[in-house]
Design a protein around this ligand. Structure first.
Ligand SMILES: [Zn+2]
Length: 255
C-alpha cells in the first residue's frame, strides 16, 4: 500500500500543469506561465499559420486581441489576421524573430482587402521606389489606429513609411507616439503590451518618447534606409533567460 505522501505526489504529477499567469523576464529573453491559447477564429480575427502553435499569450494579450477583434468587426473591416504570439511557455522561437518570449507580443498581418484565405503575408512597401504600394489604404490605417488606441499597448512596430502614412492621416493623435518605426514591419505590425500589474518578474521596456514621433525622429528613419538592406540570415538568438524559465522550457512543446 502506498504511503499517503507518495499518493499525494502521484496525484500531483498526474494533474495538468496549472500556474498563475505571469510574464517572466524581458520581451526578448523570457518565458511565461499560465498562458491562454487564442482561439483559431473569433469575432473580427483569424489565426494564420496555426501549425506553428505560436498562438499562446498572457490573458491580457488574449483579451486585447478579442477586444480589438470586436472593434474591427464593428468598424466593418475584414477579420484581422493574427500571426505569431508566443509558444505555450514562451522562450525563444526555433526560428524567426527574437522577441515574443513572454506572452505580451503579437504580430498582425496587414491584409490586402478581404480576399479569400489562406493568403501569404503581403508586403505593403515598394522597396525599390521606397513608397507604400497600392495594397496600403484606409482599411490598413484604420486597423492600426484601432490597435494603437488601447492603453495597454506599450508600442507597435511599423515600417517607417507606414508610420509616416499614419502621421499624415491622424495628425497629432496622442497614440501616434506608440507607433515605433522599425524596418522589416512592412507586411505586418507588431503589438507589444506593457507588463501587467502584479507581474513582478516582467521586465518593462523604457517608455516611448513623449509626443507623436512624427517629426525629426521619423525623418531620420525615412532618410536613413541602411537598415532596409538585407544583411543575410541572422544567427540563432540564444539569450540568457531568467532562472525561473529553465524548468518551464525544459518541458517539451506539444507536437
Ligand atoms: Zn513580431
Amino acid at each position: 500500500m502506498l504511503k499517503p505522501i507518495c499518493l499525494l505526489a502521484l496525484i500531483m504529477s498526474a494533474l495538468p500543469f496549472t500556474a498563475q499567469a505571469e510574464a517572466i523576464g524581458g520581451y526578448a529573453a523570457g518565458c511565461q506561465t499560465g498562458a491562454i491559447a487564442l482561439p483559431l477564429t473569433g469575432l473580427g480575427f483569424k489565426v494564420v499559420r496555426s501549425e506553428r502553435q505560436r498562438y499562446y499569450g498572457q490573458p491580457v494579450l488574449i483579451d486585447y486581441l478579442h477586444t480589438l477583434g470586436d472593434k474591427v468587426q464593428q468598424a466593418g473591416l475584414p477579420p484581422m489576421l493574427v500571426a505569431d504570439l508566443a509558444r505555450e511557455h514562451g522562450g525563444p522561437f526555433e526560428y524567426g524573430h527574437r522577441s515574443h518570449q513572454s506572452g505580451l507580443d503579437a504580430d498582425i498581418w496587414l491584409r490586402p482587402g478581404n480576399t479569400a484565405l489562406p493568403i501569404p503575408e503581403q508586403d505593403m512597401v515598394n522597396h525599390k521606389h521606397y513608397v507604400l504600394n497600392r495594397h496600403f489604404g484606409d482599411d490598413q490605417r484604420r486597423l492600426i489606429a484601432l490597435a494603437a488606441q488601447d492603453e495597454r499597448v506599450s508600442r507597435i512596430f511599423v515600417h517607417p513609411l507606414i508610420k509616416q502614412a499614419m502621421c499624415h492621416a491622424y495628425g497629432d493623435a496622442p497614440w501616434l507616439g506608440r507607433l515605433r518605426p522599425w524596418f522589416g514591419h512592412s507586411g505586418h505590425f507588431h503589438v507589444r503590451l506593457h507588463c501587467p500589474a502584479g507581474h513582478d518578474s516582467c521586465q518593462p521596456q523604457h517608455k516611448v518618447p513623449a509626443g507623436t514621433g512624427c517629426g525629426n525622429e521619423l525623418a531620420s528613419w525615412i532618410n536613413d534606409k541602411s537598415g532596409e538592406l538585407y544583411k543575410g540570415p541572422r544567427k540563432p538568438w540564444r539569450p540568457v533567460l531568467p532562472a525561473a524559465c529553465e524548468p518551464l522550457l525544459a518541458r517539451k512543446e506539444p507536437q
